[in-house]
Design a protein around this ligand. Structure first.
Ligand code: GDL
Length: 467
């Protein structure tokens, strides 16, 4: 009896130690996926990101640039010699940095699943993979995102066949990775939460030797809970990997994603790949935080990781860079909602001032809150000037439109505060110059947006109060 109790206790201790270790363990395959639309990274940028991955404990880089024709539109065609040579240099650099180079093809625009055409396409895929295997690639992926053809059973059969044959030929390759056509949970399920016909067919037919990636609750939705992840895993009957769409901004290029990756429940996630912006240099702030998260999910502190990343990457420009990046962490449109809220402290200071105005607080209270905000904005303008004078030219080029736009916004906000001060003192005010500044900001919003719900929103908020 005593023996039994001891054994049971031992098991409980062993299990809790094991689960703690499991929670703290790094995500086995973690890295960067070059999977965005638009101009692919240059060779220099890819070499830089491979070194970055090595330095930050990211052990994978996925080659999946949507705008490489041989990856998508013309996937059947072999790479010409020159392109293969380029890839060979990357594969070697990945190896030198301890990074697995995952080669991906997106055949979904034209791939065939029936009859002789299907065998021809399987052969074309295998030939493509063989040409990369010969360069040293040992990890492969086939993606079916962003296509019309939703033949789940056909896609699964194609993946199974290619995976089986590849593993028959080579014993030294990793599991095949894929992304389904319904790749976020909001479209995988119907109104009552059951799998759609596509997801049901794809998951049912797909071999368990193939790893499925998805993007979470939406294409780019930041908050992901363990329950939601479990529900997605249940649809597939296996632990899904994450293709995480931050800091990618190809759907909203005017706004930069310079914040930390949102905390994610990664304890049982086998794979996480972060999809970056086309701006390789600026992507590294978020990617460094993503590396921290994937290396130690249980200990991730998004804000501390973000500050460390900026300190590490920007040296004595770090305070200025942090002040700027603080206003560009959140991306949002009708379907995206990801990244920490922009400039939370300034938002509080704005709300404090607006509340004092709304409640018609005594003049000294209004003026004190006005000064707090004006100081925030003055510091921000000083940071912008520092960055414009001292950032290296490549980085400056990536963010100059947003720096200029934030400067316009801060200047217009400060002008509004000046007029507010006059109004509080009972003097007449002229709103024409602020309205002109606002129009100038609007004229640049196609190209650059920043601090949408904070410094930019304040301009509208204060104008509606003043007029
Ligand atoms: C997508 C695309 C991705 C793109 C991203 C953001 C996946 C699986 N596919 O839907 O290539 O960069 O959205 O626009 O995320």
């Amino acid at each position: 009896m005593v023996k039994c109790i001891c054994l049971a206790l031992l098991c409980v201790f062993a299990w809790s130690a094991f689960s703690r270790a499991a929670v703290a363990a790094p995500v086995p395959l973690r890295g960067v996926i070059e999977g965005f639309y638009g101009t692919p990274w240059t060779e220099a940028e890819r070499l830089d990101i491979l070194a970055f991955c090595g330095k930050h404990g990211l052990n994978a880089y996925v080659y999946a640039p949507k705008d490489d024709p041989y990856h998508r539109e013309r996937w059947r065609e072999p790479y010409p010699r020159a392109e293969l040579d380029d890839l060979a240099r990357l594969v070697a650099a990945a190896k030198a940095n301890g990074v697995r180079f995952v080669f991906a093809v997106s055949p979904g625009l034209s791939v065939q699943f029936d009859g002789a055409a299907a065998s021809g396409d399987q052969a074309a895929m295998l030939a493509k993979f063989e040409s990369l295997y010969a360069l040293g690639v040992r990890d492969f992926a086939i993606f079916f995102d962003d296509i019309e053809n939703k033949d789940g059973a056909g896609q699964a059969a194609f993946l199974n066949a290619v995976s089986r044959e590849l593993h028959r030929r080579h014993k030294d390759i990793g599991k095949l990775l894929t992304v389904p056509t319904e790749y976020d949970r909001s479209v995988m399920t119907d109104a009552v939460g059951s799998a759609t016909p596509y997801t049901a067919a794809f998951s049912e037919h797909l071999s368990h030797d193939i790893v499925v990636l998805y993007t979470g609750e939406g294409v780019a939705k930041g908050a992901l809970t363990q329950e939601q992840l479990d529900a997605a895993n249940a649809l597939y009957g296996r632990p899904l990997g994450l293709w995480w769409n931050y800091p990618v901004n190809d759907y909203d290029e005017a706004k930069l994603a310079l914040g930390p990756v949102d905390p994610l429940p990664l304890a049982d996630v086998p794979v996480i790949f972060y999809n970056p912006m086309k701006y390789e240099g600026l992507s590294k702030i978020a990617l460094a935080t993503g590396a921290d998260l994937a290396s130690g999910p249980a200990h991730y502190d998004a804000d501390a990781s973000w500050q460390n990343a900026i300190a590490d990457q920007y040296g004595n420009l770090a305070p200025a860079m942090q002040a700027f990046a603080d206003h560009s962490t959140h991306l949002e449109n009708s379907w995206a909602d990801i990244g920490r809220a922009d400039a939370p402290q300034m938002r509080k200071d704005i709300d404090g001032l607006l509340a004092a105005l709304d409640q018609d607080a005594p003049a000294p209270v209004k003026l004190q809150r006005l000064h707090t905000l004006d100081d925030d904005l003055a510091r921000l303008q000083a940071a912008i000037e520092t960055l414009q004078n001292h950032l290296d030219s490549a980085t400056l080029q990536e963010c100059q439109p947003q720096l200029m736009q934030l400067d316009r916004i801060a200047a217009a906000d400060r002008l509004a505060l000046k007029i507010l001060r006059q109004q509080i003192a009972g003097n007449p005010s002229d709103l024409v110059p602020i309205e002109a500044a606002r129009q100038d900001i609007i004229a640049h919003e196609q190209e650059a947006r920043i601090s949408d719900n904070v410094a930019r929103a304040f301009l509208d908020e204060i104008l509606s109060f003043l007029s």
